[in-house]
Design a protein around this ligand. Structure first.
Ligand code: RM4
Ligand code: MN
Ligand code: MN
Length: 431
């Protein structure tokens, strides 16, 4: 029996109020799609298979380097974070797995954590290592790099940390390690580019040697920050080279926020997949840099175009199943609401991509008809697929309107009582 934080009666009541309208909307959309020979129940079933992992750190309020403004009833430890994640899953039904950041959410007893998660119906997705900041009581510093540091003993410390994260993940049932490092330089001349990259390759190889045979190692590139002049794994090209050098099960992870503005991310997706190196995604949205805004809040069309590629790839390679995670910082919203909403935005992009008429698209491409090619994509993108999302959620036991249901549950207000807020002004920083 799964422990539930939101009353199932409440979800039923809330759904009951909305069910008739949903049936009408769903029926109308079904008829519309039927004209294109698309069966809505098939699409709904496909939508139900999409899962995206929750970042353990995402359920706390985030901040910037200037300040963090905590919300009420914030989770104070990994167990409370899992409680919040279970609410997101219970209402949204797309997020049964959690991605842990170590040591931010390092459990004292992994077995206890696993059991706690299982009781809530949750499991664990990719593990994230952290060598972009020094840990408490750490003798050596990552100030000048971790896996690429000039000194071997610092690199060894970072390698050992990654191996420890793998071992922890094994106990939790995870199947992947995501490695993102902040290594790079702030001044021209500060770092020898090829030597630093060479050191990265050597360190990555050592971590890979400790990788269980059914695991993937995911390399995440990011253009800048915290290094502002050069970053060792700054782009998909460097990531691809590193993954290829490291080993077959070492793949590239694309974080949507980690590119220069206007970069054609969907084409990066296609390139990496074509050469068998696309392993995962961190979803978020951005206006300026790595803003970590909510998925689909700024550029939902880009999210759709990314899924358009993913559906195309999946069509040619049914076994293709990358690791999906939301990687967002919720600075001004209730993180639970943002994560429910964002997961649905990812699902919406996926559903729309499923509705693209691929036969017509490929004909327009062959006939060099750019207008009709883009119109074919737009025809799917412009459809209102909300009834499919709602039906998928309801049929999976979730809420037709998960935000309204969450608010009606007063979960956050209960948390505010059970988790008193620290009245100290909080420091800045990511969470
Ligand atoms: C980085 C990167 C990593 C995330 C950290 C917190 O920019 O996106 O995936 O773990 O932020
Ligand atoms: Mn990320
Ligand atoms: Mn990021």
């Amino acid at each position: 029996m799964t422990t539930t934080k939101i009353s199932t009666d409440l979800i039923q009541q809330e759904n009951h109020r909305r069910q008739d309208w949903l049936q009408q909307d769903y029926q109308a959309l079904a008829e519309k799609l039927q004209r294109q020979h698309i069966d809505i129940t098939t699409v709904t079933a496909q939508a139900q298979t999409l899962q995206v992992a929750l970042p353990s750190w995402g359920v706390g309020t985030g901040g910037t380097r200037f300040a963090r403004f905590p919300g009420i009833g914030e989770p104070r430890n990994i167990f409370e974070k899992l409680d919040d994640c279970s609410v997101i899953q219970q209402l949204g039904r797309m997020t049964p797995n959690i991605s842990l950041h170590i040591p931010w959410d390092k459990p004292d007893d992994p077995r206890e954590l696993k059991q706690y998660a299982e009781a809530l119906g949750l499991g664990f997705d990719a593990m994230n290592s952290n060598t972009f900041q020094d840990q408490a009581n750490q003798d050596l510093s990552y100030k000048y790099g971790s896996l690429t540091h000039t000194r071997a003993e610092v690199r060894q410390l970072a390698i050992a940390h990654n191996i420890e994260v793998i071992e922890l993940g094994q106990q939790l049932g995870s199947k992947a390690l995501t490695v993102w490092i902040g290594d790079g330089s702030n001044f021209p001349g500060q770092q020898h580019f090829s030597l630093a990259f060479g050191r990265y390759l050597e360190s990555a190889r050592q971590i890979y040697q400790a990788l269980p045979s059914d695991w993937n190692m995911l390399l995440e590139h990011k253009m800048f920050e915290p290094a502002f002049y050069s970053t060792v794994i700054q782009d998909w090209g460097s990531s691809y080279l590193a993954a290829k050098e490291t080993g077959e099960r070492c793949l590239c992870l694309v974080d949507l926020g980690h590119h220069a503005p206007n970069v054609n991310i969907e084409m990066i997706v296609s390139r990496l997949a074509q050469f068998g190196k696309l392993g995962g995604f961190h979803f978020n949205d951005s206006k300026y840099g790595d803003d970590d805004l909510d998925s689909g809040s700024i550029n939902p069309y880009q999210l759709f175009l990314v899924f358009n590629e993913l559906v195309d790839i999946q069509g040619n390679m049914p076994s293709f199943s990358p690791f999906y995670m939301l990687d967002q910082s919720h600075n001004v919203t209730d993180p639970i609401e943002s994560l429910i909403y964002s997961a649905a935005e990812v699902q919406r992009a996926y559903i729309k991509a499923l509705l693209v008429d691929r036969t017509a698209l490929s004909q327009h491409q062959d006939n060099n008809d750019p207008l009709m090619a883009q119109a074919t994509l737009k025809a799917a993108y412009n459809l209102d697929v909300e009834p499919i999302l709602q039906m998928a959620r309801m049929q999976s036991g979730g809420a037709i309107d998960p935000i309204a249901c969450y608010r009606a549950s007063a979960y956050r207000q209960q948390c505010a009582q059970q988790r008193p807020t620290d009245k100290q002004p909080s420091g800045s920083g990511i969470i």
